[in-house]
Design a protein around this ligand. Structure first.
Ligand SMILES: [Zn+2]
Length: 300
């Protein structure tokens, strides 16, 4: 590491570690969210009364995250932790234990009806990507508002009002997605992604998603699994393969090359884009993904 980089890294560590302290000093509630989508939801509900930090930021992969020492300091000083649950953050218990975290915890997906699926070998796994169905997004928002109100009762009414407004905008996005995809013939509603992140979305809107990897990004698919998928893509005449922002584009590029399917662009599955990108908020993510999916399936 060059000296300049080292100094920069040190400065970042100090600044990030101090954020929740600064929040308390300013009379705001310090909140840690496990990943960028939950951080955005919490900011929408909490407004100026909260200071939110995501452990796994934009374009990051929450499945395989390795907590860093600065996360310990951040978490120790926070009043509230917002996590997804459903097995998404396998690293979280280790982190909260090491940080001796005594604040409140919101499990955003606690009210969701989980989607389960059979993995290779027949074991049943829970799909953690519940946020991709906006109706679940509303449940997340309700859970987050309840957690904020419990941690900061003085602002409970404001959190509730903001959650009501935000839930209304999510419901509008849900209706828009439904109408947009209704224009796609049912036989053409097939999409390929790198990992199986859109099961809830597919179930909500009647789109079939095929993927090279399972519901986790931890393991590379076997050559045999890829060969099976390639022949399925050809047989079912699936036209579009999508890159996901938080995984390597290699798999999608290879599938497109092998099958003649077109690359439909980059969609946002488990992380938002940085500010200024096409999916910097949860609502922008839903609309961006749908716009790309619909365009690719109409051509198909
Ligand atoms: Zn995922």
């Amino acid at each position: 590491m060059r000296r300049r980089d080292f100094l920069l890294a040190s400065a970042c560590v100090a600044a990030v570690g101090l954020l929740p302290v600064a929040a308390r000093a300013a009379g705001r509630l310090g909140v840690v969210a496990s990943f960028s989508i939950l951080a955005d939801m919490t900011r929408q509900v909490g407004g100026d009364a909260v200071l939110v930090e995501a452990l796994v930021g934009p374009d990051g992969d929450v499945h395989v995250y390795e907590p860093r020492p600065r996360d310990l300091r951040t978490l120790t000083a926070a009043g509230l932790l917002v996590r997804n649950g459903l097995g998404l953050e396998g690293w979280m218990d280790r982190l909260t234990g090491a940080a001796d975290f005594k604040g409140r915890v919101v499990v955003a997906a606690a009210g969701v009806m989980p989607r389960t699926m059979k993995e290779d070998g027949g074991t049943v796994a829970t799909d953690p990507h519940a946020w991709q169905d906006p109706r679940n997004g509303v449940l997340y928002v309700r859970a987050i508002a309840g957690g904020l109100a419990a941690a900061d009762p003085a602002n409970a009414a404001a959190y509730q009002a903001a959650a009501d407004r935000y839930a209304g905008r999510i419901a509008e996005a849900d209706a828009w997605i439904e109408a947009t995809l209704a224009a796609v013939p049912v036989a053409q509603r097939r999409i390929i992604t790198t990992h199986d992140a859109f099961g809830y979305y597919g179930a909500r809107y009647g789109v079939e998603f095929l993927s090279a990897e399972g519901i986790n990004t931890e393991f590379e698919p076997s050559a045999k699994a890829i060969a099976v998928l390639v022949s399925q893509i050809k047989r079912e005449n699936v036209r579009a393969v999508f890159i996901e922002n938080m995984t390597s584009p290699r798999m999608a590029q290879m599938l497109a090359r092998e099958t003649g399917a077109v690359l439909g662009g980059t969609v946002y599955s488990d992380a938002l884009s940085p500010v200024g990108g096409p999916a910097a908020t949860y609502l922008e993510m839903l609309r961006h993904n749908t716009t790309l999916f619909a365009a690719a399936m109409r051509v198909g």
